[in-house]
Ligand binder design. Structure first.
Ligand SMILES: Cc1cc2nc3c(=O)[nH]c(=O)nc-3n(C[C@H](O)[C@H](O)[C@H](O)COP(=O)(O)OP(=O)(O)OC[C@H]3O[C@@H](n4cnc5c(N)ncnc54)[C@H](O)[C@@H]3O)c2cc1C
Length: 336
């Protein structure tokens, strides 16, 4: 038994990658602390609230293919954090509308962030901490947040934010920095809509192969959501780039006007929304994700993970977080 407790591992970012990584390290008995700049956790799976309305304005659902994630899925479903979304989903290209490939597709319950919340349950987590500088001294890693507060020492740090947000924190790790800065991330504008009356759409959701929209979904068709008629539209990357500097309050009207024809086979003509709001995700997904799973510098005890290391998507984030934790555990056992 050591006389002093070992320094904890800091996981920066509480999206799917960070919470999965921290959960695995905690399961292995290592002390771990999570930090996130957001008010809540979940990252790009977070939920936007307005009065009684709830919108999954980032990732609308996730799929599970890898055995390591499939192994855990059953328990998440049993705990009620995740459920299958059984929905009528269309695939639309020009004038061709057909049923999309069948699922299964999964959602967090009652919102997409429920999975990250479940993974972080019982762990030490601090939100509202935007890590701004990261440095390694003789005692290990320390960092400062945007309010100049200092945290540490930590034995190891794992960064799990979108690649461009990790770059400024990698000054002490030029080899990792060079790799991370290669990743370009594309924007996505999400527009949230609510209606006073219940609609009778032909589909609950649709993927669009071309045009202004890439995705539309009736949020209220997912399990565990409020019944109020609520929709989320995702603009295609080009449309998002061209319109992201418009005043926020103009974006929804413009997107609705530009996507009228695309939406017609899904839900006919939308009536006037009782609520509309847009959110610009500047870093929604990597143009070309790495396929390395994660990056780790054993000498520096510094790891980098996130969906952009592992094929984009929620499952990629989970897998990247799990893999960096396994890599770190292997390294720890090698040194014992
Ligand atoms: C519009 C949109 C649609 C999507 N559609 C799908 C889909 O259909 N299916 C699917 O599977 N996935 C989808 N995704 C992708 C999915 O959301 C991501 O793959 C997943 O969230 C990645 O998890 P992550 O933990 O790697 O990163 P994130 O979820 O981005 O989490 C990173 C965390 O790091 C925090 N952070 C960043 N910088 C700092 C800092 N300096 N200090 C402290 N904290 C910091 C952030 O606040 C955030 O909470 C979509 C995403 C968007 C935006």
């Amino acid at each position: 038994m050591p006389l002093t407790a070992p320094d904890p591992i800091a996981v920066i970012g509480a999206g799917p990658a960070g919470t999965m990584c921290a959960r695995r390290l905690h399961e292995a008995g290592l002390p771990v602390q999570i930090f996130d700049k957001g008010r809540g956790i979940g990252g790009r799976t977070s939920v936007r609230r307005h009065e009684a309305l709830r919108f999954d304005h980032g990732a609308p659902f996730f799929t599970v293919r890898h055995p390591a994630i499939r192994e855990r899925l059953e328990a998440w479903i049993e705990m009620g954090a995740v459920a299958e979304w059984i929905a009528k989903i269309a695939w639309v290209k020009d004038n061709d509308t057909r049923p999309a490939r069948p699922g299964p597709r999964y959602v967090g319950v009652p919102g997409m962030n429920a999975l990250a919340t479940h993974l972080a349950e019982g762990l030490t987590i601090q939100t509202g901490v935007r890590v701004q500088t990261l440095a390694r001294g003789q005692e290990g890693w320390r960092f400062r947040d945007a309010n100049e507060r200092e945290y540490g020492p930590f034995s190891t740090v794992v960064l799990t934010m979108p690649a461009p947000q990790a770059v400024p924190l990698l000054a002490s790790a030029p080899r990792l920095k060079a790799k991370v800065r290669e990743i370009e991330m594309l924007p996505c504008i999400a527009t949230m809509l609510a209606f006073d009356d219940t609609l009778a759409p032909n589909y609950d959701a649709a993927f669009f192969a071309n045009g202004s929209l890439s995705w539309a979904a009736r949020n209220s068709s997912k399990p565990g959501r409020p019944s109020a008629e609520a929709w989320v539209l995702h603009a295609a990357p080009d449309w998002s780039r061209e319109h992201s500097l418009l005043p926020r309050e103009e974006i929804a009207d413009r997107l609705l006007a530009d996507s009228k024809a695309q939406l017609r086979p899904i839900c006919g003509e939308f009536p006037k929304p009782s609520f509309q709001r847009s959110h610009v995700w500047a870093l929604a997904r990597a143009r070309e994700p790495l396929e390395e799973g994660y990056l780790f510098d054993a000498e520096l005890a510094l790891g980098v993970a996130g969906d952009w290391c592992c094929g984009n998507r929620v499952e990629g984030g989970l897998l990247s977080g799990l893999s960096v934790a396994e890599g770190l555990l292997n390294e720890t056992s090698r040194m014992d």
